[in-house]
Design a protein around this ligand. Structure first.
Ligand code: NDP
Length: 328
């Protein structure tokens, strides 16, 4: 089967040459192991951090080993009594068509009401990220204004819809008219500001006439500064990501003064450090997806060989919704 390894650490922008596609043998199973055929691979911004050896919250991805990544697939061979051939599972098999596991970190999936790929999006890590930041940090009340950047993306789209369900006014920030139209017309946000249109401050002021009470920040840089400038006193900020800086650009908070003047509460978080919330959050998110109350969109690369370009595109905003790779 095929896999992609990290061949070289990027300097600045990620290049296709940082990756290498390899063919490897399917290993023989030991007792207690299962062999999984992956159907979808999730591509996520955090992978950019792992490709560097700079100090971070997680250890770097080792060179010449399979790129890290979340996957969903089906058990094709089992020497573990807890898993039967044909069962659907989520795992961390990385950028690979197959994987072997002892089952410890596999999650069984019910695909009767939720499509398999959704377990990598709204009913997976990205959905939980939205759920955690909103419910545990922002805690917005009905009638408050919530702002979310990268609003059409995997995380942002869920944040805004959950905030709408809580009765908030929701303002998205996204790149381009098409993404903004989707956020308002399909996802039901109250407004969406296209930060590429050139009037970010004025457009945000118009979209949030009563100011902003809670921010879910995914981008950093001028997008974040503009949202901070519109905050009301005692606003809460869930600092989830700063994707604008992942390839090395400056995302310093220039507007730090408002943290004081508006008495803001800002908390960064890493969703995988809060596993105790996952069962509750995933149950809620699963119900919302199964009943059609939580919408999502996917961009799907056709095969493993297409993963590097899709990942490079994700870091440039070329994806529209959750970026996946189809493996079967
Ligand atoms: P998305 O599906 O939102 O895709 C990334 C999007 O970021 C792009 O489509 C693009 O949308 C937007 N973006 C904005 N500015 C830039 C820029 N300068 N360069 C490139 N892209 C830009 O990804 P996810 O939903 O998976 O992730 C969203 C954020 O959440 C990321 O910052 C990620 O690191 C973070 N995250 C954090 C977690 C945590 O535990 N803290 C867990 C999971 C994700 P547009 O075209 O609208 O600009």
């Amino acid at each position: 089967f095929q896999r992609i390894v990290l061949a070289q650490r990027p300097r600045g922008e990620v290049l296709a040459s940082n990756f290498r596609l390899e063919t490897v043998e399917v290993p023989a199973l030991a007792d207690g192991q299962v062999l999984v055929r992956n159907h979808f691979l999730s591509l996520d911004p955090y992978m950019r951090g792992r490709m560097s050896d700079a100090k971070s919250y997680a250890a770097p991805q080792p060179l010449d080993e399979t790129m890290i990544g979340g996957t969903v697939g089906q058990v094709v061979e089992s020497k573990n009594p807890k898993f039967a051939v044909g069962e659907h599972v989520a795992g961390m098999f990385g950028w690979a068509e197959m994987g072997v596991s002892d089952g410890a970190l596999l999650r069984k999936l019910d695909v009767s009401r939720i499509p398999l790929s959704a377990y990598l999006g709204p009913v997976g890590m990205t959905g939980m990220t939205a759920w955690y930041g909103l419910n545990q940090i922002m805690q917005p009340k009905a009638g408050e204004t919530v702002a979310v950047s990268a609003a059409s993306g995997a995380v942002g789209s869920v944040v805004g819809q959950l905030a709408k369900l809580r009765g908030c006014r929701v303002v998205g920030i996204a790149g381009g008219k098409e993404k903004c139209d989707y956020v308002v017309n399909e996802l039901g946000f109250d407004a969406c500001v296209d930060y590429k249109a050139g009037n970010l401050q004025a457009d945000l002021a118009a979209a949030a006439p009563n100011g902003i009470d809670a921010i879910f920040e995914n981008v950093g840089g001028e997008v974040f500064d503009a949202a901070l400038a519109r905050t009301n006193a005692f606003a809460r900020v869930a600092l989830c990501g700063m994707i604008a800086g992942y390839n090395g650009a400056d995302v310093e908070i220039k507007n730090a003064r408002v943290l004081l003047t508006n008495r803001l509460t800002l908390r960064g978080f890493i969703v995988t450090e809060h596993m105790e919330f996952w069962p509750q959050g995933l149950t809620e998110l699963g119900m919302l997806v199964a009943t059609g109350k939580l919408k999502y969109r996917e961009t799907v690369a056709p095969d493993l060989a297409a993963a590097p370009e899709a990942f490079i595109g994700l870091l440039k905003g070329k994806n529209f919704g959750k970026q996946l790779v189809k493996l079967i």
